[in-house]
Design a protein. Structure first.
Length: 339
């Protein structure tokens, strides 16, 4: 019987269940729950925020997205090459030249002559030597400005092979005629480096020559054996009562440009070859050609030169008379450099 009573399920009593139910927890004014022990609050780590993918506001310049545009590549700077200047390419210099041309000027009648007599005369006499001078200064990179001068004069006699009209005088055939002449040339030349550029360490130069020449040719004639007095010692006079003179002279001068090329080759720092050639002409007018070639040896501030040169000139044949000549000769020179 006791076993059966133990196996029966307990009778549920609503009132008892109600008494066993714990009262609800109430919070006091201080925020504590009555009826339960107060537990210490546990600090929890704040949740990790995922990186925001939202675009920053447009008002802040530092947070703005970089703007994209066309990419402009600037040209790279040109490389700087070394500029090697060899002796004689800095400062200025002074020079003297000596030559011995043997060619003689030719005097002749021009297109405007109206007299019937001939005028072709080879001026007599040969100069012992011709002295020239030069002043030069280097300008910029391997360019130079040169001013040079040379002059030649000589005198001699000849017997007229036919009647000749020379300037304002007429000499009959067989007359002993004396001649005298003087030719001068003043040249200004700007030697401009044309190739190579940049020079770097090369030892050759090609230059263009831009020049101006002033050329003057004076010729004079006389008949020293013709009488100036009569048998009584009185001066002979012309129709106007002036003493008779058989001397006459005239000068032809002109200014002309000239253009050419110059080549310089440095074998060593102190040995140099120079070759220059220039000229200019106007058909039926004046003509000028100027060439030279020299080997130069540098010794400190001094330089010795040796070579050959030629110079051709002709005044305008449009007038009554003109003068022409081609001079060629070896020459020697001496230069002093400031550098």
């Amino acid at each position: 019987m006791q076993a059966q009573q133990a196996e029966q399920p307990p009778v549920s009593d609503p009132a008892a269940q109600q008494q066993q139910t714990p009262p609800p927890q109430q919070a006091n004014p201080q925020g504590q729950v009555q009826g339960t022990p107060q537990q210490p609050e546990q600090q929890q780590a704040p949740p990790t925020q995922a990186p925001s993918t939202q675009a920053p506001p447009s008002g802040t310049p530092a947070q703005q997205e970089p703007r994209t545009g066309p990419i402009i590549n600037a040209a790279p700077a040109l490389p700087k090459y070394p500029d090697v200047r060899l002796p004689g390419e800095t400062g200025f210099w002074l020079g003297l030249t000596f030559s011995v041309p043997k060619e003689k000027p030719i005097f002749d009648r021009g297109h405007a002559a109206t007299f019937p007599q001939a005028s072709n005369v080879v001026m007599q006499g040969s100069p012992k030597y011709v002295v020239g001078g030069e002043v030069g200064i280097n300008l910029g990179l391997h360019n130079a400005l040169r001013i040079s001068y040379w002059g030649v004069r000589a005198a001699g006699d000849f017997t007229a092979p036919q009647d000749l009209t020379l300037w304002s005088q007429t000499y009959t055939k067989g007359t002993l005629v004396s001649t005298n002449y003087r030719v001068q040339d003043v040249k200004m030349s700007f030697d401009y480096l044309t190739w190579p550029y940049p020079v770097e360490s090369r030892k050759y130069r090609l230059k263009t020559l831009w020049q101006v020449h002033y050329i003057s040719a004076r010729t004079a004639f006389d008949a020293p054996q013709l009488p100036l007095v009569d048998s009584n010692g009185n001066l002979l006079v012309d129709a106007n009562g002036n003493p008779i003179s058989y001397a006459t002279q005239g000068t032809k001068w002109w200014v002309t440009p000239a253009f050419g090329l110059g080549w310089t080759q440095y074998f060593t720092r102190n040995v140099r070859l120079d070759i220059n050639g220039s000229g200019f002409l106007i058909p039926h007018k004046w003509t000028v050609y100027d060439t030279d070639a020299s080997l130069n040896f540098r010794l400190g501030h001094w330089e010795l030169q040796g070579g050959a040169k030629a110079f051709h000139y002709k005044s305008s044949p449009a007038g009554e008379f003109f003068v022409r000549n081609t001079m060629a000769s070896v020459f020697f020179g001496l230069r002093w450099y400031l550098d």
